[in-house]
Design a protein around this ligand. Structure first.
Ligand code: NAD
Ligand code: DAU
Length: 360
């Protein structure tokens, strides 16, 4: 595999994936990203003048642009990370989620189908469309339920989860109806460097560093299965290389934690790394707030299939992954400052009116 079109590559997981893919020379990358509030191209400055990487600002829902890029770069695969990804925002503005996550993915699939159908047979067989999806499509588990696996029926509860479920259904339909060689991954909560600080872990780290309150929804006993982002990226690479077309792969951290446990662990790390006043613990900032509407109680993933068929399992322990994550935010105050002040948004408006900044 030589060239991959990555969509949403300026976001959290996409940027980590591209850095890993270029670092290990997995493939050349064409990065298509709309540069929404959640993106940060500074994640990728190290690659700016590197051959084998290029960036295009644009929307997965722009069929002319996507068709043009497919013709120009002739990728062997497309990995679709592009999405509106935050559950709380989906509750406030579900239509935006339907537009990018459902319609955008459908437009992307349609452009890929047209491109793929014109490829010579040997290239058609090699082509892959990988949809990066979420465990949230499966709904909520009770404490006694078995973890989600590939056979679970879809039962999305939030507008975000519903929009990702809709996208997954279209991906599946393109395989069954047109034979497009698709793959779907459903992954649990990621954490690590470069995550936008609206999500629980970076929000907690940054608020605690600034002495602000640490909001915990409801009783703090909701459970998530946390996976370090580089383990997710490794899993995606394996699925792309060796996954069976038309199939789904569940990816998880084998690491269930209540939200309260996660926040307390972050506070303990910060108490050690950034001791402030005597007898002060960052955990004193914890504040229980009104619950998220429709808040799923528990997610957990059974990743037996990934292990059995592709030999994958998570490698980073939660303790070391969380420590590295906290250290990354402490060591990147400028990254945080730019997001918080809105300087990043004005910088991209000035610099990225021109779409392509670097060519393969
Ligand atoms: P993110 O919000 O950090 O990044 C999303 C990126 O997509 C941003 O760079 C944004 O600019 C881009 N984008 C949004 N709309 C676009 C459009 N219409 N066209 C082109 N680009 C667009 O998200 P993330 O956390 O990195 O998640 C990436 C993918 O992985 C998403 O599809 C998400 O559903 C999925 N996922 C995330 C997690 C998680 O824990 N974060 C877990 C499982 C699956
Ligand atoms: O499960 C995978 C999903 O994980 C991804 O598909 C989503 O894109 C990603 O955003 C994430 O969704 P969550 O809703 O689980 O992540 P979030 O960080 O928003 O919240 C994690 C848990 O923490 C959740 O139970 C809500 C709770 N929470 C969140 C915030 C932001 C709080 O208690 N307080 C907060 O301030």
């Amino acid at each position: 595999m030589r060239t991959v079109l990555v969509t949403g590559g300026a976001g959290f997981i996409g940027a980590n994936f591209i850095l890993q893919a270029r670092g290990a020379q997995w493939y050349n990358v064409v990065n298509l990203d709309k540069l929404t509030y959640a993106s940060n191209l500074q994640n990728l400055t190290a690659l700016e003048n590197e051959p084998g990487y290029c960036f295009i600002r644009g929307d997965i829902g722009d069929p002319q642009l996507v068709s043009h890029l497919l013709q120009q770069y002739q990728p062997d695969a497309v990995i679709n990370f592009a999405a509106e990804s935050h559950v709380d925002r989906s509750i406030l503005n579900p239509l935006t989620f339907a537009l990018t996550n459902v319609t955008g993915t459908l437009q992307l699939l349609e452009a890929c189908r047209a491109y793929w159908q014109k490829l010579p047979l040997h290239k058609q067989e090699r082509f892959r469309f990988l949809q990066v999806s979420t465990d949230e499509v499966y709904g909520s588990l009770s404490i006694t339920d078995s973890p989600f696996c590939e056979d679970n029926p879809y039962a999305p509860n939030s507008p975000y989860a519903a929009s990702k479920a809709g996208a997954d259904h279209f991906v599946r339909a393109y395989y069954h109806t047109y034979g497009l060689p698709t793959l779907i991954t459903n992954c649990s909560n990621n954490y690590g460097p470069r995550q936008f600080p609206e999500k629980l872990i970076p929000l907690t780290i940054l608020n605690a560093m600034e002495g602000q309150l640490l909001p915990i929804y409801g009783d703090g006993q909701n459970i998530r299965d946390w996976l370090y982002v580089s383990d997710h990226c490794e899993a995606l690479h394996l699925v792309l290389q060796q996954g069976k077309v038309g199939e789904t792969y569940c990816i998880g951290g084998q690491n269930e934690q209540t939200n309260l446990m996660v926040v307390e662990k972050i506070c303990t790390i910060l108490d050690e790394l950034l001791p402030s006043k005597p007898n002060f613990s960052h955990s004193s900032l914890i504040t229980f707030v009104k619950d998220r509407p429709g808040h799923d109680r528990r997610y957990a993933i059974d990743c037996t299939k990934m292990n059995r068929e592709l030999g994958w399992k998570p490698t980073e322990s939660f303790d070391t992954g969380l420590l590295k994550t906290v250290q990354w935010y402490i060591n990147h105050p400028q990254w945080v400052e730019q997001i918080r002040t809105g300087a990043y948004q004005s910088w991209i408006e000035q610099n990225y009116t021109d779409r392509t900044v670097n060519y393969l």
